[in-house]
Design a protein around this ligand. Sequence first.
Ligand SMILES: [Zn+2]
Length: 137
Amino acid sequence: MIARTRTAEEIAYALPKAKRMKGERFIACCPAHDDHSPSLQITQAADKVLFKCWSGCTGLEVIESLQGMGILPKATGDRSDYRDVSLPPLTQGDRDFMQSFVLLYRSALERGITPTARDTRLYERLNTRLKQEGIYL
Ligand SMILES: [Zn+2]
């Protein structure tokens, strides 16, 4: 399989009841919940595809559903081309802190250090939040 970024249009028309709203913005049935009237907005923003489900699914849930259906390629470990726009944006400082924590946690594990339950919970939360930002470490 050739790994390449799918456009908003290609993703939308792979889903039921897709239609173009305006320019490069599409709406289709959301694959992450039982959707009968289209509530997933898919927008092309330069080289990124932005997802927003008006019924409240997170972008990550949408992206994972699309990957499960084979509509999107699995994350490669690089920065994702697909972004969740349903979340409040992080500052660069937030992002730096979160990435450092995730990397430190992993290097502690590699060195045989047993993390506390609190650190593990924080790690899982931060790692999920980073994925929602399209950052796969
Ligand atoms: Zn949804």
